[in-house]
Design a protein around this ligand. Sequence first.
Ligand SMILES: Cc1cc2nc3c(=O)[nH]c(=O)nc-3n(C[C@H](O)[C@H](O)[C@H](O)COP(=O)(O)OP(=O)(O)OC[C@H]3O[C@@H](n4cnc5c(N)ncnc54)[C@H](O)[C@@H]3O)c2cc1C
Length: 473
Amino acid sequence: MSLALVWLRRDLRLHDNPALLAACEQHSVLPVYLDCPSEEGDWPPGAASRWWLHHSLTALADTLQARGSRLIIRRGDDSLALLQELVDETGATTVHWNRLYEPAIRARDRAIKASLRDQGLEVHSHNAALLREPWMVKTQTGTPYRAFTPFWRAARKGAFAEPRPAPGALAGVAEWPPGLTPDDLDLLPKIRWDKGIAASWTPGEAGAWQQLQTFLESRLKGYDARRDLPAIDGTSRLSPHLHFGEIGPRQIASALQGLPHGDDRDSFLSEIGWREFSHHLLFQNPEMPDLPLDRRFEQFPWSGDQDAALYAWQRGETGIPIVDAGMRQLWETGWMHNRVRMIVGSLLTKNLRVPWQRGETWFWDTLVDADLASNSMGWQWIQGSGADAAPYFRIFNPVRQGERFDPEGEYVRHWIPELQRLPTRHIHAPWQATGEELRQAGVRLGRDYPQPIVDLADSRKQALDAYAAIRTA
Ligand SMILES: Cc1cc2nc3c(=O)[nH]c(=O)nc-3n(C[C@H](O)[C@H](O)[C@H](O)COP(=O)(O)OP(=O)(O)OC[C@H]3O[C@@H](n4cnc5c(N)ncnc54)[C@H](O)[C@@H]3O)c2cc1C
């Protein structure tokens, strides 16, 4: 049997992994992971992603080992050179990988494919990450969709491909080439800020399946109504597993088939549709992580004094409880509820007028699910500068949002224990409580918990004036 390299990237699973399966069909297989973060352009994995990657690689290496195979890990700054070394060392004749869609990675992969083929190797790339390839979903006139609803209507037409099983056997090689361990990659933090993250997640394919099963059994029913309530575990928390490819969307779509709760199922699948849409948008707009899709926003008059506001926002010390709760949840667990991501994003970009790219960068470093497509789409949506974005003038009022989506204040009390004893009617706006109410709750505003760093009504008006200045540009 000839030998095939399977270059694993963000498809860290054995099931529904077309590259792995194709390699196994005809060859002995050498599973390879290459750590070359400098090739990811301006967006190498952030600290929380590196934490996840360490554990996901460890889980995958263990699974492969249990099946008599191995994960050969190498590191460097040139994936092509590393692949060539492995080809030279092992005599492999074929390379398989699953496609990624970030602009820098696409360019790299194109060059690698051409170069390896020039050297006489067989090279195949496959789709493991998406229900539909980004170039497949087009309007009747052949242009890409810019709005989610028609995109998803078109994308979900026709059956999705069924997920494929894990390979039955993984024929290895007589002599394995040397490789590194996940520990050698130094992905874990030197200062151990990761305790809360470690307590919240189980990276790896088995963890992803467990998460999906728990969701389907206990949270799918009622998802549509409960998905906006940050105080409860109402969503799947599959986002980091999906990002690292420990589970794929075809597997999720297939697992949903035949289950009851049709509306909840549709609602959940359409969230997977938003993920697809973000990849589609990034594919069509490679500048999306850095530049506003609505170019008028390049002229937006941002605040002149951004650093102090950004710092308070990052630390969860803005004095606006729902925002601070979200930012603390993010820091502690590497994840934030979607509704709260929108609220904190709106405060940063609109009330504080800090450029969305600075929020995007913070999320990139701190989210375990940091994903270039979804993160940049999310920030542009919030800012109002993206495709299918919320109109700029719709500025979230974080107090109203808190009262609506965290009516009892449970989410705020969980993440901001200093406000524990505040009456529910003031939990989202402690500055409106009387001195006596604050005293009874044991809160000294400005000492135990900050005064709000911005006046919500004034800053809303300033944001609208700033928008008016660019609207006609
Ligand atoms: C400013 C901002 C930044 C964001 N950054 C990211 C990011 O870096 N990575 C990321 O995966 N998601 C991002 N999101 C989208 C969303 O917040 C998360 O996908 C969701 O909170 C993950 O939790 P869940 O898995 O429990 O979601 P569920 O509600 O269970 O949804 C299931 C899956 O659908 C996908 N999904 C859900 N909502 C969205 C959405 N709005 N956009 C794209 N995909 C979605 C995710 O893959 C998610 O795992 C961002 C949203 C905003 C507003």
